[in-house]
Design a protein around this ligand. Structure first.
Ligand code: UTP
Length: 468
């Protein structure tokens, strides 16, 4: 039913946003309904809270110290610790206590791919997509632990229906349909430099996804947390869609998380370049947290210990474990994650109704960051992982962190696994595999599994694709 213009005007007027009705007189009845519903659904309280907040850590308020984390095994005792964690994680997986979750709601602007980022063909030879690789890893784990493992996929408004269609079209990559849950995150309106909502069409207010931190809210709002609880799942293994190397259900990481009774945990890698754009693991005034690289004072980013290594060695790669009870606790009283501001270019209508593409950032978008939830967790565990084994994100179309570097890192990983089981792989002058190699997660997702399943040549010459 069409909402009365006077009712909408009064609502908007209370929040200083009357300009949203600038084109009302020119709208058709249908367009008035569309805009009216969008206005009625706006959470002005939330928007005003987001506008007031500035969670970006102020350098003068920081009191930073390094925060320890569990290092990769380095001596006999730590080997035992890792083995024990692995055992705990494997038991949890075999008991059906764990779900895998990928956040895929972003807009993938830098990659510029026409479609959901997860549908990007990344396989070095097969061109299997990011979604297929992740789904096959979940399927491989389900087979290994003889348990159906739920696969949760968070989408955003720009890619939700395409993602659903994509999974359907590909038969859910062999996963049982009802174990795959595709759910959508919320959106937040942006505001211009005067704090005003932005019309990007006469009947539409510009909105964008509310950040990867929105996953903790969406898990609750979409009923996924309750569904997991009913199935006896208490742990979520969380990762980003654009990292084809990620171990989606790492038993060691899950084991450390469960052993410690943590509410939220994270994986870290050794920062190699002080200017690398990774969140940094620190202790700020007694609280263990990830600080955005852009909020870290330059001197601290570069600070070194007397032996020349970085003072803050841990970089966050957005791999987490959550306790489902933590998701419940965070949401029961309304999620309290702060909104971060990002200055962006957003197309807008001018007073004549023409759509203007700005040359400079003209708007503030509001996003929640998942790592801010670490500060709300009663207990967290930080665990190191090896960069070469677990991190090669696809962010840009070319250059660093691009499909080319990710395919190279995938082929390097497969070559290392082959080498570790005694198979010779031809290398080039840089020591990289001379030919393309690809191993489907259904054949092996680590060197141990490859040892059991490998039936290829002992001397690889030419490209090698191992798939089922
Ligand atoms: P990025 O911050 O790299 O954003 O997201 P992006 O959308 O992939 O790429 P750009 O910045 O537009 O080029 C890191 C991860 O968080 C997810 C993304 O899908 C990706 O897996 N994400 C990001 C969400 O799920 N929702 C969001 O609102 C933002």
């Amino acid at each position: 039913m069409a909402r009365e213009a006077s009712e909408l005007a009064a609502l908007l007027g209370r929040h200083g946003q009357q300009h949203v009705l600038a084109f009302w007189d020119k709208l058709s009845a249908r367009e008035r309904v569309i805009l009216g519903e969008q206005i009625a659904a706006l959470d002005f309280g939330l928007l005003e809270r987001a506008q007031r907040q500035d969670p970006a850590a102020k350098s003068e308020a920081l009191n930073l110290e390094p925060e320890p984390f569990i290092r990769l095994p380095y001596d006999a005792q730590s080997v035992l610790k890792w083995r024990q964690a692995r055992h705990v994680g494997q038991e949890a997986l075999a008991a059906g206590r764990v779900a895998a979750m990928v956040v895929a709601g972003g807009q993938g602007t830098r990659l510029g791919f026409d479609g959901p980022k997860g549908a990007f063909p990344i396989g070095p030879i097969s061109r299997r997509t990011l979604f297929q690789i992740h789904a096959e890893k979940v399927l491989a784990a389900s087979r290994r632990y003889a348990r159906e493992i739920p696969f949760l996929i968070m989408t955003g408004p720009s890619n939700d229906s395409e993602t659903k269609y994509f999974f359907k079209q590909h038969g859910f990559f062999g996963l049982p349909h009802d174990s795959v849950k595709i759910f959508q995150q919320s959106q937040m309106p942006a505001v211009d430099m005067k704090g005003k909502l932005i019309l990007d069409a006469p009947d539409h207010i510009f909105v964008s996804p509310d950040g990867h931190g929105g996953s903790l809210k969406a898990l609750w709002d979409c009923g996924i947390a309750a569904w997991l609880e009913q199935r006896g799942v208490d742990t979520i293994s969380y990762f980003q869609v654009d990292n084809p190397l990620v171990s989606v259900l790492d038993p060691c990481f899950i084991g450390f998380h469960i052993e410690a009774g943590a509410e939220m945990s994270l994986k870290l890698l050794e920062r190699s370049d002080p200017d690398e754009k990774l969140g940094i693991w620190v202790n700020n005034g007694g609280a263990a947290m990830v600080i955005e690289y852009s909020d870290m004072p330059e001197a601290e980013m570069h600070a070194c210990t007397p032996d020349g290594s970085l003072k803050y060695p841990g970089g966050s790669i957005a791999i987490h474990c959550f306790d489902v009870g933590f998701v419940r606790r965070l949401n029961e009283k309304g999620i309290a994650l702060p909104y971060h501001r990002a200055r962006k270019k957003v197309a807008y209508l001018d007073s004549s109704g023409a759509l203007i593409q700005p040359d400079e950032p003209n708007a503030t978008k509001f996003e929640m960051f998942v790592f801010d939830a670490l500060l709300l967790a009663k207990k967290t565990v930080a665990v190191e992982t090896a960069r070469a084994e677990e991190f090669s994100p696809v962010k840009n179309a070319e250059g660093a962190d691009s499909p080319e570097t990710a395919r190279r890192d995938m082929a390097r990983q497969y070559a290392r696994w082959l080498h570790s089981i005694g198979v010779t792989v031809r290398t080039d002058a840089n020591g990289d595999p001379a030919d393309m190699i690809e191993i489907s997660p259904l054949v092996a997702d680590d060197s141990e599994t490859l040892r059991m399943n490998y039936c290829g040549p002992n001397d690889v010459r030419g490209s090698l694709l191992l798939a089922q």
